[in-house]
Ligand binder design. Structure first.
Ligand code: GDD
Ligand code: MN
Length: 371
């Protein structure tokens, strides 16, 4: 039977704990479950109350003394979780515990990440203040532009979601901000994401801890993720293999022509192909190695595709040179560089979506669904 671990980060939520734990426990009764409360040593005695509750309910209390922050508290909770599905919910009842059920059902039925969404159809912000709504939407847009993997997710900011445990298995989560879901969506292993609408209610007891400084830490988190995220890393590696290819082919051109006395067009052709092959090998075994299973036949096919890719890109570079140098009078070295810069994204898209597709993109489904 599927076991559910519900993770609840708390800071000064003493007045919410009784109704919260009771409602969570009741709503997911049909599942084997545990509730993990991660408290940052709240001065109001939240932990004390949770201890009392643990006598009646399947509650595990984790108290951090030095830890701080919502997102890292959730990561701490994951470490203690023994379930197959992890759900995360705020303690202040702004996330209705009863809505855990549709989230969990989604995950049991093949969804990797089920998000309680304030944007999906049928959802609402409740009395969410206007300026917060604008901030929230703006923040979403920035993340979507910088992290294309998130482009189809509406409520990236949500603190209410459920995941299959494998989504974060072996993934190093180190959120710098408050947004644990952002971290998971950028770093996790998943294919299917669904959003389940819910109504964001108002806090009844206690205050929100997330103030204006969270905007800055959020932006920092997004920028850091662009360096840590797999696909951004891949892009950088791809760029490196391209540069290495250029250096090798130029070096070889010089060597073959000057040292070996070979006709420069012949050595040009040979060295260009050598650079292409070097980039190919680096892409095959380093940049895209996670997408392929090496076989000589498949590899040879990709090598031909990559050469076609490069020939096309050569035409682009030459076309740019003709236009810029012949018609705009720009120096040929400069127009050559501009041509390379223009051809680069086309190269990347072709390699990424055609040569080394693997099965990675197959079955990638992201979308909102009403439950
Ligand atoms: N352990 C721990 N440590 N918990 C914390 C900390 C902390 O430093 N800061 C906040 N929490 C807990 C709160 O006790 C609460 O259970 C939850 O994290 C959310 O904190 P709030 O202060 O209520 O945040 P919010 O209502 O402004 O925003 C929440 O809802 C938004 C909409 O889903 C957060 O979940 C946001 O991330 C989310 O975007
Ligand atoms: Mn709240």
């Amino acid at each position: 039977m599927t076991k559910i671990s519900v993770i609840v980060p708390t800071y000064n939520e003493v007045g919410n704990m009784y109704p919260l734990i009771e409602r969570i426990d009741k709503s997911i009764k049909e599942f084997d479950h545990e509730i993990i409360v991660v408290d940052d040593n709240s001065p109001d005695g939240t932990a004390q109350v949770v201890k009392e509750l643990s006598e009646k309910y399947p509650v595990k209390l984790v108290v951090r003394n030095n830890g701080k922050g919502l997102a890292t508290a959730v990561v701490e909770g994951f470490k203690h979780a023994t379930g197959d599905v992890y759900a995360v919910i705020d303690a202040d009842l702004q996330h209705p515990p009863e809505k855990l059920v549709p989230l969990i059902w989604e995950v049991c039925n093949g969804t990797d990440v089920a998000i309680g969404s304030r944007y999906a159809e049928g959802a609402g912000f409740g009395k969410f203040k206007l300026h917060r709504m604008i901030m929230s939407k703006g923040a979403n847009t920035i993340a979507k532009v910088l992290l294309p993997r998130l482009a189809n997710v509406n409520d990236i900011q949500s603190g209410f979601f459920a995941i299959k445990k494998d989504v974060i298995k072996g993934v190093e989560l180190k959120p710098t901000g408050y947004k644990i879901l952002l971290e998971i969506l950028a770093m996790g292993d998943y294919k299917v994401v669904k959003e389940v609408p819910y109504q964001f209610s108002q806090r009844k007891y206690g205050d929100s801890k997330l103030g204006a400084s969270t905007v800055f830490s959020y932006l920092k988190h997004v920028v850091m993720l662009t360096f840590r995220e797999k696909e951004s890393k891949r892009l950088m590696k791809f760029m490196l293999t391209g540069v290495a290819g250029i250096i090798v082919s130029v070096g070889m051109l010089w060597f073959l022509t000057e040292m070996m006395g070979i006709f420069y067009l012949t050595s040009g052709l040979v060295s260009k192909e050598a650079g292409t092959l070097l980039s190919f090998v680096a892409n095959e075994f380093w940049v895209f190695n996670d997408r392929i299973k090496f076989t000589w036949k498949e590899s040879a096919k990709r090598c031909v595709q990559f050469n076609i890719n490069r020939i096309l890109s050569m035409f682009i570079v030459i076309a740019v040179m003709v236009i810029l140098t012949e018609f705009a009078g720009i120096h040929y070295i400069i127009s050559n560089l501009i041509g390379i810069v223009i051809a680069f994204p086309i190269n990347y898209v072709m390699s990424n979506k055609w040569v080394w597709v693997g099965d990675m993109r197959k079955g990638l489904k992201v979308g909102a669904q009403k439950v």
